[in-house]
Write a protein of this length. Structure first.
Ligand code: AR6
Length: 192
């Protein structure tokens, strides 16, 4: 079983840069100027127009860098995806216990940006679980709960509820089969 929330969420083993969706999410850093892992792969495959927009965002809106938990949207450049949503995950152990809150905010803010643009499909990598050291089991629980709270109509207290209608597909992309299996084991799409 790799589908959750009535098929709105799908878990896949694949490369984030190959996703044919409206937006792919980048596991960026605060500089927005690129790095390794997902970030490097997205900029390599997407070409220079993404970096140009990132530089402009730094110049205009985020001279100090994009804070952890926030998200911004740029063109998808040469990627199959039309847009890239750049979010900065928490570095595990460096936010005084606010890591889970910040990781959830990455997912919520990325989904909000997609919904505000009227996008239908979005693909996420496992944010913070590489260079940023977030334990994969914990990240599975936090990220799935954040996606669930955004997509489920029961979370009507959420101020973004009116925007949810456009998003019909959320893909969660894992590079390694064992990471996908770990995610499946620890996900919390069902409300406790
Ligand atoms: N497709 C899907 N998943 C991938 C891919 C890919 N092409 N490449 C790696 N992963 P990371 P972070 C998985 O390190 O932990 C960068 O330097 C990988 O196995 O990309 O948020 C940035 O500039 C891991 O499970 O992101 C930042 O400085 C997950 O994606 C910093 O790393 C995330 O790994 C961000 O670290």
């Amino acid at each position: 079983m790799t589908d959750f929330l009535n098929g709105q969420v799908r878990v896949l083993i694949d490369d984030i840069t190959a996703q044919q969706v409206d937006a792919v999410v980048n596991a960026a850093n605060s500089t927005l100027l690129g790095g390794a892992g997902v970030d490097g792969a997205i900029h390599r495959a997407g070409g220079p127009s993404i970096l140009e927009e990132c530089r402009e965002l730094r110049r205009t809106r985020y001279p100090e860098g994009l804070p952890a938990g926030d998200a911004v949207i740029t063109t998808g450049g040469n990627l199959p995806a039309r847009f890239v949503i750049h979010t900065v995950g928490p570095i595990y152990g460096q936010h005084g216990g606010r890591e889970a809150e910040l990781l959830a905010a990455c997912y919520r803010h990325s989904l909000t940006l997609a919904a505000e643009r009227g996008l239908q499909s979005i693909a996420f990598p496992a944010i913070s679980t590489g260079a940023y050291g977030y334990p994969k089991a914990e990240a599975a629980a936090v990220s799935s709960a954040a996606i669930r709270d955004f997509l489920l109509p029961e979370s009507a207290a959420d101020e973004n509820v009116a925007l949810h209608s456009t998003l019909t597909e959320v893909r969660l992309i894992f590079f390694q089969p064992r990471d996908a299996r770990m995610f499946m084991q620890y996900q919390k799409f069902e409300k406790p």
